[in-house]
Design a protein around this ligand. Structure first.
Ligand code: GLN
Length: 460
């Protein structure tokens, strides 16, 4: 099939998927232009014309980038993200920009200024977030892969809810140039796909040092990982803090099955402890808002998006009115929390303390991996996809949806969520975690597990 034919089919699938509200911008004209570029390439590249959707906080010059926010409505970036340039060089076609929680703050897409995304299997439920639009498009087969962003679980959590693969690389593996900043010490462009193999191919194509992002690690790009035939010789740790007694019965059953499958292919299971992980959610919800408050100061009505000069005619009225109208409630809450924890008098009690706890959380992982454990296995989420509206009135209950994913982000580690079964019809994900920069080991082992666990089997 030519790229043009594939672009037309992708367009038809995007049209059919309209009721999900998963996309914010796409056009057949742009898809056709992507296809023409791919068809003109001398070789098909590592991605051979793969249509890939982008979360709407990853910039391209051809389409607007809104981050799901009114404050960036109509904004078009003057440059394209490094990750997107690299995917295009590898033969990918950009298919669409996807809906998301405003500025990637949320776990359900209910904080998008442009309406929530519907769960592909049950429209009354959420697809997870913040990269819920990308997850829903991959789950429904509209595109084989999509990019999301992770600050604290925003790819693994929706991947788990939607029953697809969600791969977060090590911090510094993929350039953040062109990813709109939320929490700069945490942000990672990450991948959704239907197979582990595709996730590895996409990550490999976009990985590597970028002179435009000083936090990318100066190592060679990651080769495409070859799947392991079995897990013989590998020790897989189950951190006890991630298996609470009150874990959802369906999630617990799916994890039990995954553990048995790992043992069947020769993996050795052992129990370990990550004693500081229970502090990850409160730590994350200090560090991430602090960085967000600083990063979002740039949206002042002067340089980006719509402007409202307000009453009074001075510069403060312009800032106040533009930001007051442009930011939604959750983003305002984060800016308030972030400003508070950074303010003189509270800095030591909150921000500094959170940085210290972050170091302890990361040290736990280092020690467990140094003790001879190769990978860790945990649930990705405490429950399957929840109902829309269930957590919108109580921000803390929404934050707790991240309970098994935040520590990994604070530690900068690579992790993948794999679909490992269904509970009452809803997908359940298992999370595999590797040591820093062992992304290749992670993907190779995940591919072996994927072969022996049935993602569609009812587990209860
Ligand atoms: N749910 C988390 C938050 O709201 C994670 C967001 C993310 O990873 N972008 O901050």
């Amino acid at each position: 099939m030519s790229a043009l034919e594939s672009a037309r089919e992708t367009g038809a699938r995007l049209t059919a998927a309209t009721p999900l509200n998963a996309t914010l911008h796409w056009s057949q004209e742009l898809l056709d232009a992507e296809a023409a570029r791919v068809d003109a390439m001398r070789s098909p590249g590592a991605l051979g014309g793969m249509p890939i959707a982008l979360k709407d906080n990853i910039v391209t010059v051809e389409q607007p980038t809104t981050c799901g926010s009114r404050i960036l409505e109509g904004y078009v970036s003057p440059f394209t993200a490094t990750a997107v340039n690299r995917l295009r060089e590898a033969g990918a076609m950009v298919a669409a920009k996807t809906n998301m929680d405003e500025f990637a703050m949320g776990s359900s897409t209910e904080h998008s200024a442009f309406g929530r995304v519907h769960h592909p299997l049950d429209p009354a439920r959420v697809p997870g977030g913040s990269s819920g639009g990308s997850a829903a498009l991959v789950a429904t087969g509209v595109v084989p892969a999509a990019l999301g962003s992770e600050t604290g679980g925003s790819v693994r959590q929706p991947a788990s809810f939607c029953g697809v693969v969600g791969l977060k690389p090590s911090y510094g593996r993929v350039s953040r140039f062109g990813l709109v900043a939320f929490g700069s010490s945490l942000d990672c462009i990450s991948v959704f796909s239907r197979s582990v193999e595709d996730a590895g191919r996409v990550l490999s194509a976009m990985s590597g040092h970028d002179p435009l992002d000083s936090t990318t690690v100066a190592r060679r790009p990651m080769p495409v990982p070859a799947p392991l035939a079995d897990l013989r010789g590998l020790r897989i740790g189950l951190p006890r803090e991630y298996y609470p007694a009150d874990l959802d019965a369906g999630v617990a059953a799916a994890l039990r099955r995954t553990r048995e499958a790992i043992e069947q292919i020769g993996g050795e299971i052992c129990e370990v402890s990550l004693p500081h992980s229970p502090y990850a959610v409160p730590t994350y919800y200090i560090v991430a808002p602090a960085e967000a408050a600083a990063n979002l100061a740039r949206y002042d009505g002067v340089r980006y998006g719509p402007r409202n000069t307000g009453a009074g005619g001075d510069i403060h009225a312009l800032y106040r009115t533009t930001r007051g109208e442009g930011f939604g409630a959750e983003v305002r809450r984060r800016i308030l929390v972030g400003t508070y924890v950074l303010s003189a008098g509270y800095y030591d009690a909150y921000y500094l303390k959170a940085q210290q706890v972050r170091a302890l959380i990361a040290e736990d992982f280092r020690q467990v991996f140094a003790s001879g454990v190769d990978l860790l296995l945990t649930p990705t989420t405490p429950t399957p996809a929840f109902k829309a509206g269930e957590k919108t009135e109580d921000p803390v209950s929404m934050y707790l949806a991240d309970i098994f994913v935040s520590a990994i982000s604070l530690a900068g580690l690579p992790a993948v969520s794999l679909p490992v079964g269904r509970s009452e019809g809803l997908p359940v994900g298992a999370q595999l975690i590797a040591p820093y920069f062992e992304d290749q080991r992670l993907v190779a082992a995940a591919a072996a597990i994927e072969r022996v666990v049935s993602a569609d089997a009812e587990v209860r």
